[in-house]
Structure formats: C-alpha cells, structure tokens
Write a protein that binds this ligand. Structure first.
Ligand SMILES: C[C@@](CO)(OP(=O)(O)O)[C@H](O)COP(=O)(O)OP(=O)(O)OC[C@H]1O[C@@H](n2ccc(N)nc2=O)[C@H](O)[C@@H]1O
Ligand SMILES: Nc1ncnc2c1ncn2[C@@H]1O[C@H](COP(=O)(O)OP(=O)(O)O)[C@@H](O)[C@H]1O
Length: 284
C-alpha cells in the first residue's frame, strides 16, 4: 500500500525574538501560516527493516541527515516498529529558504507513517515527537495558522488570515538558521512587531491590517548580511504588493497581494532578476 502526504511551506507573518535561553535556543513569538507550495511524500512499506529515502531533487541529503529519515527513525524507535519504509520526496519547496521545507517533510513523514503503520498516535504526541526534530516541526504537523511561542513548539491555533495571493521570491543564496540566530542581538532590535496588532488584524479579517502589522526581527540580521534580500523587498513593494516581509531566517521574501490583476506585473518584474519566483495562495 502506498500513502501520500502533502508537506506545505510555511511563512511567518510575524516573528519576534524575546531573548536567548539557557539551552541556546531563542524565546520567540511568531504567527505562522501555510501556503500552497508543497512537497509531496510517497511512503510504501519495504520488505526489510530499513529506511530508504529518494528524491528528484539533487541538492538535499538522502541519508540520516534528511529530516524525513529522522522522523521515520524516531517513530520506529519510540513505537518499536520493526518494519521498513521507502519514502520518496517530490521536492517543490526551495531548500534553506525560511519556508520550513525540511520541517514540513518531517511532519508529513510523522503523519504518513502513523497511518501506514496504523499506530493511532494522537496529533499532540506527533507534535511532541516533532519537537525533537526541530522547532518548526510541531507547527508543520498541525498546519493551519498559529501563534507559536517557546522556541516555536508551543502552539495556540488562531483564525486563518484573510485569503490572498502570496508571491514568494528566493534569491540564490542559502541562509543557515543557526547562523542568523547566532548573530541576532536582542538589544539591537530597532522595532519589535506588535503581536496584539497582528492578532487583531487577523481576528477582524483585515488584509490591510495584516499587511501593516507584518514584522520580523531576524530581517535586521539577514538583510545586513545579504543586501540582495533588501533589494527584493524594495522591488516587491515598488511592483505593488500590499505587504512585504522576509520569511523566517530568510532569504525568501513574500508579498501579500489582494488583487489578482496585480500578479503578472509583480511576477514579471521579479523574474527579471530573480529566478525562483512562485505565485501561490494562502492555505485556508
Ligand atoms: C527561523 C524559523 C522561523 O519559523 O524558521 P526557518 O527560517 O528555519 O524556516 C524557526 O525559528 C527555525 O526553526 P527550525 O528551522 O525548526 O530550527 P531548529 O532546527 O530547531 O534549530 C536550528 C538552530 O536555530 C537556532 N534556533 C532555532 C529556533 C529558536 N527558537 N531559537 C534558536 O536559536 C538554534 O541555534 C538551532 O540550533
Ligand atoms: N527533507 C528535506 N528537505 C530539505 N532540506 C532538508 C531535508 N532534510 C534535511 N534537510 C537539510 O535541512 C537544511 C534546512 O533546510 P530547510 O528545512 O529547507 O530550511 P528552512 O528551515 O530555512 O526553510 C538544509 O541544509 C538541508 O540540507
């Protein structure tokens, strides 16, 4: 039997970092939601006890460094599953982009293997397992829209933001999340975004409100390292996106757009100097 799972990308509508913790992680406040740019996982039982990963993408690890491999190994160990699995990853989400592609693959593997092996693990437990693999994995297990606190693993689900188009543009640089957090200095933050402002805008279903409350304190770090990200932000604004922000630790920049008629101009304008541009919808 084959099982299929979609692994959508996330964007951070708001990302604030409060402080560095004793364990090395940072205490965050984030509003996260999913967009319909997704990897697809195909999972099938193997005749022997092994985990085999394949992918059409040549640029991701296929061994135990792959987050889907780690998810399969974790579930096998915890639930004493002595069966093997073959997982094919059809990658569509750009890698090391601030879109949680690897985390979403891990989350989809947890959901899929729970079904394949009929383990009946509740979602809350899948989230706990996910937190062992990465801070963003619990959110990717549940999807939807959430306020994420702690190191990102403590979730409170909220209403979805109003529906709109999302233009994603990834410059040809790979950003390391650990490096960006490592360079972050809480006392150098110029402006903290307003969590209550964003929560209110979402509650009221106001896209205008959501666009004006967008904020990400990690932009200060990534933009100073990579001026091309700033250039992308400015271009997206100039081309007419209603709100523009870098997602996560970057370098992907997203633009929220209410009117379909604006999309062609934004897409064509960006494609002039950025190869990876995607026009998608918010997943609601
Ligand atoms: C910045 C964010 C925003 O959603 O996403 P990405 O840009 O990676 O997509 C997340 O906080 C990333 O989450 P995730 O990518 O799962 O991070 P992890 O694997 O847990 O951690 C990678 C490294 O980032 C740092 N880290 C991560 C999360 C956090 N709250 N504080 C940290 O300091 C730590 O140095 C850690 O070793
Ligand atoms: N299934 C996977 N898909 C993408 N990247 C993966 C995967 N498994 C492990 N990785 C590794 O994880 C790192 C971060 O990838 P990714 O999750 O795409 O970044 P981000 O969290 O910034 O969106 C990359 O260096 C990549 O090699």
């Amino acid at each position: 039997m084959k099982i299929y799972e979609k692994a959508p990308a996330k964007i951070n509508l708001l990302l604030d970092v409060l402080r560095k913790r004793q364990d090395g992680y940072h205490e965050v406040e984030m509003i996260m939601t999913m967009v319909d740019l997704a990897d697809r996982l195909e999972m099938e039982e193997l005749g022997r006890d092994a985990i085999i990963i394949s992918s059409q993408a040549g640029y991701i690890p296929l061994d135990e460094k792959n987050l889907a491999f780690q998810a399969a190994r974790l579930i096998k160990e915890r639930y004493d599953v002595r069966k093997g699995v073959y997982i094919h990853l059809d990658k569509k989400i750009p890698v090391a982009a601030g879109l949680a592609g690897g985390s979403s693959d891990a989350a989809a593997a947890l959901r899929g293997l729970n079904r394949l092996w009929k383990l009946n693990i509740p979602t809350s437990e899948l989230c706990r397992l996910g937190a062992e693999l990465g801070s963003d994995v619990p959110f990717c297990v549940t999807g939807g829209t959430a306020l994420a606190t702690g190191r990102g693993e403590v979730l409170q689900h909220i209403d979805n933001p109003p529906q709109c188009w999302v233009v994603l543009a990834k410059p040809p640089i790979n950003v390391s999340t650990a490096d960006v957090y490592g360079r972050f200095r809480a006392d150098e933050v110029r402006r903290h975004p307003s969590l209550s402002g964003m929560m209110n805008a979402i509650k009221q279903g106001s896209l205008h409100g959501v666009c004006s409350e967008l904020g990400n304190v990690l932009e200060d770090v990534t933009l100073s390292l990579y001026p091309q990200v700033m250039q992308l932000k400015e271009s997206m604004q100039r081309l007419g996106a209603d709100g523009v922000l870098m997602s996560g630790s970057g370098p992907t920049v997203f633009g929220l757009v209410s009117k379909e008629a604006k999309l062609a101009r934004i897409y064509n304008g960006l494609r002039g100097f950025c190869k990876e541009v995607y026009v998608v919808r918010m997943l609601t």
